[in-house]
Write a protein that binds this ligand. Structure first.
Ligand SMILES: [Ca+2]
Length: 429
């Protein structure tokens, strides 16, 4: 289930790039088999546009077994529809259970993770946090054949006609990469299953990234991000090193207090604000009165080594937690293009290393639930007669429907979420 996090972010990026009319028409109903076949034939005719060599014959050999999977379309739709809150997701993603699981993985594999940290220059806690967020530290990696997922996605998200340079269209290139991975026998077909977005393995790589970045770290001659934790961790570290250039001397973020005179400027009404064009040296932020917020709520001038470049990031604007972020923020953003994902990874890594939550409260009187609490609430909903709710700790559509129904039954506004306060309110006898 951890893998769902990645899929959600990917879908947001994919949808954002899509012209609405095309999206609406293609996502309206399951794609008819003949339309999928025509689409795959069209892809076969475009192998010259593959970013790496791939012949039409090689592609067709893989395509012969490809099937349209409607879960791809349904996931695109579901993910687009439900608004979610920072405080809910961070509470669930970095809950006590996941922190403990991460610490256990770290302790049990310390020599391997330290060698990865040394070789790639990426903190072991960041690697473990990504493992925890992508697949909940485990082999649960989704069940859709990567070929089916990438081909379906390529057909649901067709390339613009202007994308005529090799490798120029992401959805098409992903399908081509899936075909190349099987052609080159780099992954056993049985293991080549993953998310609806085509991500597979313990740290959820899409085939094109896998091709370029996979590492054989356990030395058996085979980069296997499905079976081998060491290979998956090293591949993730390699991504952060190669694509972003991780700086071991810097944290991802420093929580800050904004000088009172500047606060009005960052009052966004709830929208995230990433001000990467406002980079300046730590010493300049200090000179302007920005202060580091300490775990207990106290403040002091920022004191990172080397006077690094930093820029402001506000998840929900002010009031709310505020940050100055380093180049490592951008490096995680290249791994997964979601600022929320970046903060989830950074906070989970921080907590695995013994750090604490943000000191500044979120602007809500109903803070988010841990997965254990969501499970408890779901079990209660089942007792209340919502038989279709599954107590799995994931706040999905069915759980949200049941919460709204229970709130309505009590004459309360039918919001589609529950935090600490709502849970208490609902479950009190
Ligand atoms: Ca290996």
């Amino acid at each position: 289930m951890g893998a769902m996090y990645l899929f959600r972010f990917l879908s947001a990026a994919l949808l954002a790039a899509s012209p609405f009319a095309v999206r609406a028409a293609l996502l309206d109903q399951p794609m008819p088999p003949e339309q999928f076949q025509a689409c795959v034939q069209n892809l076969a005719s475009q192998t010259a546009l593959s970013g790496r060599p791939l012949t039409r014959q090689e592609f067709e050999q893989v395509a012969a077994n490809a099937r349209y999977d409607d879960r791809v379309r349904q996931s695109l739709l579901v993910q687009a529809g439900e608004p979610t809150f920072w405080w809910d997701e961070l509470a669930a993603v970095t809950d006590a259970q996941r922190v403990q699981d991460g610490q256990r993985i770290l302790a049990a594999n310390l020599p391997t993770l330290e060698r990865i940290e040394q070789q790639f220059g990426v903190p072991k806690e960041i690697v473990v946090a990504i493992y925890g967020i992508e697949t909940n530290f485990g082999p649960s990696q989704g069940r859709i054949p990567v070929v089916d997922a990438t081909f379906s996605l390529a057909c649901l998200r067709p390339c613009p006609e202007t994308a005529t340079a090799p490798g120029s269209c992401a959805s098409r290139e992903r399908a081509f990469a899936a075909a190349r991975v099987l052609r080159d026998r780099r992954v056993h077909p049985e293991n080549f299953v993953g998310s609806w977005a085509g991500a597979f393995g313990r740290t959820q790589f899409v085939p094109d990234s896998f091709e370029q970045l996979a590492v054989d770290f356990d030395g058996d001659g085979y980069a296997d991000i499905v079976q081998s934790e060491a290979d998956a961790w090293a591949t993730t570290a390699n991504h952060l090193k190669t694509r972003g250039g991780w700086d071991m001397s810097l944290p991802v973020y420093v929580e800050v207090a904004v000088p009172p005179a500047m606060q009005a400027e960052f009052n966004t009404g709830g929208e995230a604000k990433r001000l990467s064009d406002r980079v300046q040296k730590q010493s300049q932020w200090n000179a302007q009165g920005w202060m580091e917020v300490l775990p207990g709520g106290g403040t002091r001038p920022l004191q990172l080594a080397g006077d690094p470049d930093l820029y402001p990031f506000f998840p929900v604007g002010l009031p709310g937690p505020a940050f100055l972020v380093s180049r490592n923020f951008d490096t995680i953003l290249r791994y997964n293009r979601s600022v929320r994902y970046v903060m989830e990874v950074a906070l989970l890594a921080h907590k695995i290393a013994g750090g604490s939550d943000f000191a500044t409260p979120w602007p809500t009187d109903d803070p988010g639930l841990s997965r254990a609490q969501v499970k408890e609430l779901q079990a209660w909903l089942v007792q209340r007669g919502h038989a279709q709710v599954v107590p799995d700790g994931v706040m999905g559509r069915i759980t949200r429907d049941a919460i709204a129904a229970e709130l309505t039954a009590r004459g309360l506004p039918p919001q589609r979420r529950a935090g600490q306060r709502t849970m208490q309110l609902l479950m009190q006898p």
